[in-house]
Design a protein around this ligand. Structure first.
Ligand code: MEV
Length: 310
């Protein structure tokens, strides 16, 4: 029986379809080369450490039959290179690696479908009404086309992207005041107030997400700059981008580039990580440096959850 395991899972960026994906519209998403690594050890003491994660794991696990029915004690150590609270899927990567690690320790199993299901339960406890896209891409890795068809039924397909999007730069607009749950709730409020407008926006987003797919598959010569600008425009109309972030994005556009939020965004202060593009990426890097803004360069389409050591 495994008594210690090291597991890792990647963060993600949403290329197109955030928020709309909660309402059954498609999203296009990619894992990245930033990961969470958990070292999970069986412990004689009947507890999970650190206490901060214990509660939500236990509640999540109880919903999934067969887990922790023998009350296994666990000690958990964590390292991560995924920026926290910025829309890069840090909490989903933790949920996925917890699910994978605990599954390995408790039942010696490593089944991606089960891991994904359990990680989704953990995500639900944190975010209320997640679409499941974050935990799915963190589990399976790569580029995914993902759709939540009903509350519990999701479909997804791996996308063999002909483009690796190596020239995008991630720009940190700063940590949003709101968390994902609050932003998802905000969209649900405006959906209730103005369903026709929001449905129209989501329908436009679906068309655009499909164009991003065509772009990745090299099916059509589309302009990445225009795709990103259109995407950002819909997200601004949805109200999930703050004033200061809009200003930052306008400056990038004025330099000949484009940028969009990725993930839940933020309204009051900052809006998290931006996917930024410029035909000459050094223009963005210089701009960010000159303005004291943090940038990140990531590789996309990386491996999903992995047992590193057992
Ligand atoms: C969060 O990464 C993306 C949202 O669409 C929420 C979700 O899909 O659960 C805002």
């Amino acid at each position: 029986m495994t008594s210690q395991v090291v597991v890792s899972a990647p963060g993600k960026i949403i290329i197109s379809g955030e928020h709309a994906v909660v309402y059954g519209y498609p999203s296009l998403v990619s894992s990245i080369d930033k990961r969470v690594e958990l070292r999970i050890k069986r412990s004689k003491k009947n507890y999970i450490y650190p206490a901060k994660v214990a509660n939500f794991i236990l509640r999540g696990l109880r919903k999934t039959e067969g887990f922790l029915n023998n009350k296994v004690g666990l000690e958990i150590g964590m390292e991560s290179t995924i920026p926290v609270g910025r829309g890069m899927g840090s909490s989903a990567a933790i949920a996925v690696s917890l699910a994978a690690g605990i599954s390995k320790i408790v039942s010696n199993k490593s089944n991606l479908k089960e891991i994904n299901k359990l990680a989704f339960e953990i995500e639900r406890l944190q975010h209320g009404n997640p679409s499941g896209v974050d935990n799915t891409v963190s589990t399976y890795g790569g580029f995914l086309w993902f759709r939540k068809e009903t509350k519990d039924f999701k479909t997804f397909s791996k996308v063999k992207s002909g483009r690796k999007l190596n020239d995008i730069v991630l720009i940190d607009s700063g940590k949003p005041t709101e968390n994902t749950k609050q932003m998802v709730n905000f969209v649900s409020e405006i959906y209730k107030k103005n369903p026709r407008k929001v449905e129209r926006l989501f329908q436009s987003l679906e068309k655009l997400t499909r164009n991003f797919l065509r772009y990745l598959l090299n099916e059509e010569e589309l302009s990445l700059r225009e795709l990103i600008m259109e995407n950002e425009n819909y997200l601004e109309n949805l109200g999930v981008v703050s004033e200061s972030t809009k200003k930052l994005i306008r400056s990038i556009e004025n330099l000949g580039g484009a940028a969009k939020i990725t993930g839940a965004g933020g309204k009051k202060g900052n809006s998290g990580i931006l996917i930024a593009y410029h035909p000459r990426p050094y223009v963005l890097l210089n701009f960010a440096k000159g303005n004291g803004i943090t940038t990140l360069q990531v590789k996309l389409g990386r491996k999903g959850v992995k047992v590193e050591k057992e």
